[in-house]
Design a protein around this ligand. Structure first.
Ligand code: AMP
Length: 622
């Protein structure tokens, strides 16, 4: 027997939800439907968004109300217009095989007269946001004396948004003996208080632990320097070619700026915040829902109630001020049993906040490393290969060109053709990322996280360097025209050591650091003895034995002075490994992408610096 029938839902409703793909009840539906169907309990359900709670209360409502009567019998209050429309739509779908079911959505930012008109025509279920509901009540346009059930959905959000007084006023117009069903993702003391105030001995259902995030969400954090945040963010996005994400910022201005920068840099992104008109917000949301937008940059308030399935990543570009908001943000992914990742990009000082959130959620966050340029190139390349493999061929259209294409390739073997197709994109990835710097905050700039040692293993010392390697200082850097690759070549040519025994290379302005295997230190030192570079003696020192990293006094100051001078002249980005106005091309990751050709293999990143829409691909799904 269909499990929903077993729960007590009638056939015509079960047929409708089967069409929506509901085969088995979700855990919250399984546990709450039998309780709510009795119609005799107040109810508190602690459940995340995306767990199926709309049907958990919606199906019992459809069973309990008398649709022969055409007056309001159920009132559902929710925090946002988005959610209001969503619930209304869901209820209509569940009831599509039933007769005389009238559901009306009441929310701000839309014509009140249409809503009044629908109410006048007769309605049994009102789904409303508190502000507009109160407005309609104050006009005397609705009579709630026949209400039997009130649902407070996302109660914590409604309180966060300051709707407490409105809710009080609205509920005061409903009968004393109605039943109240409250759903909330978190249970702060304010929600506890309203549960106490409006309910009598409610049946309580907790899915998971209180204030715990969805089990299907993985939480990760990256530690970067504040100035590298945007570049790090883009690197993470590039490393996830199939991302369909929501990016949270703290302020409207930040939201707007990040979205603008992303668009300029060729990403498929747009912003959602309170300064946009309702019409603009609807448009953005429609594009996001239709998946013609890949990254939605949003503030907490604007993103409340966003209910889009298959969001793969939530990115906390800025951590929220309130821990509760972290739960709401991350709950936008891993909906309906899917998995998702919630990423936080933080600086070293914010690690304490991560620990606090971990404690509240009772979950450990994984510390992740910003991928290297090479990692990204590899990932993008294989995303492209995957895409080529799965591309739908339009046999009819391509047929006419095939003879000519075959003719062009007749000299080439299959391997050669594949290599060339792959290189078409690969070359532009390589070009873009060839000088990508390490964007992880250096170990000495981030507080040591518990478990760091375990994660990295004993091969790494306290500063994150392999213990069988030594860090060396060299008095050449980007002002001498060196990139990391150049420096590697120069070191190997001069000292005759193998490239693979050279570890991390950090090109600074007038000097650089590089790591070599301990066994090769001597060889490097003797190899550079007496060498000069464009008339300047080349100096090699073991880092920490008098290099600028640790040295105090004259020599150190002289480095600083030189760096300071050059920064002024050339826009030198101290410490990041980029040199302004030199062969590396300056602030590559911070700038636009116009320098490289081709377009993305991963389905979205546009290396040409041109927006996807400009190329008529607005509707493309990925
Ligand atoms: P909700 O938490 O009500 O917003 O539901 C989240 C998503 O899960 C919605 O897209 C629902 O359509 C879907 N959903 C709800 N219940 C089920 C079910 N029993 N089986 C499959 N999908 C469901």
């Amino acid at each position: 027997m269909n499990p929903f029938i077993q729960l007590g839902i009638r056939h015509d409703i079960v047929n409708a939800i089967s069409e929506l793909g509901f085969e088995n009840p979700t855990p919250i539906q399984e546990q709450s439907i039998p309780v709510l169907l009795t119609g005799s309990n107040d109810f508190v359900g602690l459940a995340q968004t995306g767990t199926g709670k709309t049907a958990a209360f919606g199906l019992p409502l459809l069973e309990l109300l008398d649709f022969e009567e055409n007056h309001p019998q159920a009132l559902i209050l929710c925090p946002t217009r988005e959610l209001c429309l969503q619930i209304t739509n869901d209820l209509k779908n569940y009831a599509k095989n039933m007769r005389n079911v009238n559901v009306v959505a009441v929310y701000g930012g839309a014509s009140i007269s249409d809503q009044l008109h629908q109410i006048r025509r007769g309605v049994q279920i009102v789904v409303a946001t508190p502000g507009r509901m109160l407005d309609i009540i104050n006009r005397g346009a609705i009579n709630f004396s026949g209400v039997r059930f009130v649902v407070l959905d996302e109660a914590d959000e409604m309180l966060n948004m300051g709707f407490q007084e409105d809710i009080d006023s609205i509920l005061s117009t409903t009968p004393e003996d109605k039943k109240t069903w409250l759903f909330s993702a978190t249970m702060p003391s304010e929600v506890r208080r309203i549960a106490k105030k409006y309910m009598e001995d409610p049946y309580e259902l907790t899915m998971g632990t209180k204030n715990t995030g969805n089990e299907n969400i993985e939480h990760e954090y990256y530690v970067v320097r504040a100035r590298d945040k945007y570049a790090a963010f883009k690197r993470i996005v590039d490393f996830n070619p199939e991302i369909f994400g929501i990016v949270f910022c703290r302020t409207k201005i930040e939201t707007q700026e990040i979205a603008e920068s992303l668009i300029k840099d060729g990403y498929n992104a747009d912003s959602l915040h309170g300064d946009l008109s309702q019409q603009q917000r609807d448009k953005v949301m429609k594009r996001y829902r239709d998946r013609s937008l890949q990254l939605l940059i949003a503030t907490d308030v604007a993103a409340r109630g966003i209910d889009v399935n298959d969001v793969t990543h939530v990115i906390n570009y800025s951590l929220p001020d309130e821990i509760e908001n972290y739960t709401h943000r991350s709950g936008r992914t891993a909906r309906a049993g899917k998995t998702g990742v919630s990423i936080s990009i933080i600086n070293g000082k914010e690690l304490g906040k991560i620990r606090q959130i971990e404690k509240t959620l009772g979950k450990r966050f994984a510390k992740a490393e910003i991928p290297t340029g090479f990692d990204v190139v590899e990932k993008q390349l294989f995303a492209l290969i995957h895409k080529v493999h799965n591309v739908e061929v339009n046999e009819k259209q391509i047929e006419q060109y095939l003879p000519r294409i075959m003719d062009e390739f007749k000299e080439l073997s299959k391997e050669e053709i594949i290599k060339r197709f792959a290189s078409l994109e690969f070359n532009s990835f390589l070009e873009y990322y060839k000088n990508a710097v390490d964007l992880n905050a250096p170990a000495d700039e981030r507080p040591r996280a518990e478990g760091d040692r375990g994660e990295r293993g004993d091969r790494f010392n306290r500063t994150g360097m392999r213990s069988d390697f030594t860090r060396l200082f060299i008095n050449l850097g980007s002002v001498d025209g060196f990139t990391r690759g150049d420096l590697l070549g120069y070191i190997c040519n001069t000292t005759k050591i193998a490239g693979k025994t050279v570890g991390k290379i950090d090109v600074k302005g007038v000097y650089s650091f590089f790591e070599v295997a301990n066994d090769d230190v001597q060889k490097v030192q003797s190899g550079f003895k007496g060498t000069d570079f464009q008339g300047r003696d080349v100096r090699i020192e073991i880092s920490g034995e008098g290099s600028s990293e640790s040295r105090s006094g004259g020599t150190s100051n002289s480095y600083k002075k030189r760096e300071g001078g050059e920064r002024k002249e050339g826009g030198f980005r101290n410490g990041s490994g980029y040199g302004g106005g030199n062969r590396e091309g300056g602030n590559r990751e911070g700038g636009s992408r116009e320098r490289s050709g081709g377009n993305s293999g991963g389905g979205f990143r546009d290396f040409s610096g041109k927006r996807r829409e400009d190329r008529g691909e607005r509707r493309r799904k990925f």
